[in-house]
Ligand binder design. Structure first.
Ligand SMILES: *Cc1c(COP(=O)(O)O)cnc(C)c1O
Length: 450
């Protein structure tokens, strides 16, 4: 059992006003309540119901531009491939595609989503430790920009497929630099014990072998050391410094390396953590890889899509427990799993203008799913709220909807895109028909006996 929370924690949560001030696409209107850009969330709830994911197109564009500006500002030739797994909404992908971003995909489904959103194959990179033969065939058929190879076995498999199709696949070798990104253990990927990439010491020999395999054209090296990296640039610098040495060793061996894929992982402040700015990442790339004078690729997911999104939910009821108050919502861990899975902290704002300024007291914020882990927050300072009152989970645009499930037979929530004063439902709430579809009872099973 977790220890009860102190009444006055040493490090109090940020206030509602502080949470708002750090998120320029959100504002509180005295009449309409919490707004995303020019649209009151209450209007979205009335139109689409709850729980619903809401994304700000303006915030997505601002962040894409800020990242591009930071890279250009440091004189880097850089291509950004947004990591689709963070948020697979076609509308979100379309907004980012219009900003000139490409896509980093890790499955056939993501490759199809990127193409459906209008991202050309020439702007798509395929990563992942277990791409299937079918996925590799599709990647070749779509003539995507680059396939990031993660093992000798995969190189052999891809070579055979490409050669049999009479095609040449551009490949980068993903190396595991054995650095500790100092993030949550479930999302660190650059340690030698992690499953990703090949050991950096094995990379020169494998790269040389790839260069000799039919159907493969080695074009670069890649790494990705983890996600939600907020502990400064040391891990990035260490990883990129090792990549730079690797590239120089490959060049010395007469092997072609045309660019370096720097991965993603840039963290965001969910609470009030000091999170690095894109300028710091650009600086780390410049400092460690600059002397190579090569174009670089970046694969940010969370940094682009996290802050622009929120999860809008309704209060089902407020329940007084033996020693605490529970706010029971219609959203649950099947919608937003990050608190249950990573002990993640998300800002929670009341949407109604009266709730927003009412006195607060500690409450546990929970969903209706039959697991104690279905707890979004403990001892959170929130007002007393009546059934139907709305709340917003902040910074839920990345690894939110994308990680949701139908656990407890709960339909996938709707998605809405806001752009200025416009909004549109960009994914319907899953119907119960769709939820049951595909299930079949064999006709040789007997019916319930009376
Ligand atoms: C998940 C992933 C990313 C994106 O990570 P973020 O932390 O969301 O930036 C980038 N590259 C690869 C290979 C990934 O698996």
């Amino acid at each position: 059992m977790a220890a009860p929370l102190p009444i006055a924690p040493a490090d109090p949560d940020p206030s509602f006003a502080e949470l708002l001030a750090a998120r320029p696409h959100l504002s509180m209107n005295a009449l309409d309540g919490l707004m995303v850009e020019g649209v009151p969330l209450a209007r979205i709830a009335a139109a689409a119901g709850t729980p619903t994911w809401v994304y700000s197109a303006g915030a997505l564009r601002r962040r894409a531009r800020a990242l591009q500006a930071a890279l250009v500002g440091d004189g880097l030739r850089a291509g950004i491939h947004y990591a689709v797994k963070a948020n697979t909404s076609l509308a979100v992908l379309r907004v980012l595609a219009a900003e000139g971003l490409g896509a980093d995909v890790v499955s056939e489904g993501e490759l199809r989503a990127a193409r459906a959103a209008g991202i050309p194959g020439s702007a798509i990179v395929f990563s992942g430790v277990g791409k299937t033969e079918r996925e590799l065939r599709l990647a070749i058929a779509e003539d995507i920009a680059q396939i990031n190879i993660e093992s000798a076995e995969e190189a052999a498999m891809l070579s055979a497929i490409a050669a049999s199709l009479g095609r040449t696949a551009r490949v980068a070798l993903r190396v595991n630099p054995d650095v500790d990104a100092r993030t949550h253990a479930k999302i660190t990927t650059g340690r030698s014990e992690n499953k990703f990439g090949v050991a950096i010491d094995d990379a020169p020999a494998l790269y040389a072998r790839i260069a000799g395999l039919p159907g493969l054209e080695p074009v670069g090296v890649a790494t990705h050391i983890g996600s939600q990296i907020t502990s400064g640039m040391a891990a990035y610098r260490a990883a990129y410094a090792r990549l730079a040495e690797l590239v120089e060793a490959l060049w010395a061996a007469g092997l072609p390396v045309k660019h370096v894929d720097c991965g993603g992982g840039l963290g965001i402040p969910y609470r009030d953590e000091p999170a690095p700015m894109p300028e710091a990442l650009a600086g780390a790339i410049k400092a460690s890889l600059g002397r190579l004078n090569l174009p670089v690729m970046l694969e940010p997911g969370r940094w682009i899509a996290g802050p622009p999104g929120l999860l809008l939910a309704s209060v089902v009821l407020q329940k007084q427990g033996a020693d605490r108050r529970f706010l029971v919502l219609d959203a649950a861990m099947n919608d937003l799993v990050r608190p249950a899975m990573y002990e993640a902290w998300h800002g929670i704002l009341p949407v109604g203008p009266v709730d927003f300024v009412s006195p607060v007291a500690p409450a546990d914020v929970v969903g209706p799913v039959c697991e104690t882990g279905d707890t979004f927050a403990r001892g959170r300072a929130l007002p007393s709220m009546t059934p139907g009152a709305l709340v917003a989970f902040l910074d839920a645009g990345a690894y939110g909807a994308a990680m949701s499930s139908t656990y407890n037979m709960r339909p996938l929530a709707a998605e809405v895109l806001v752009d200025g004063t416009r909004f549109a439902v960009t994914r319907d709430r899953q119907s119960y028909e769709a939820l049951l579809a595909g299930n079949r009872i064999p006709d040789w099973l007997e019916e319930r006996s009376p």
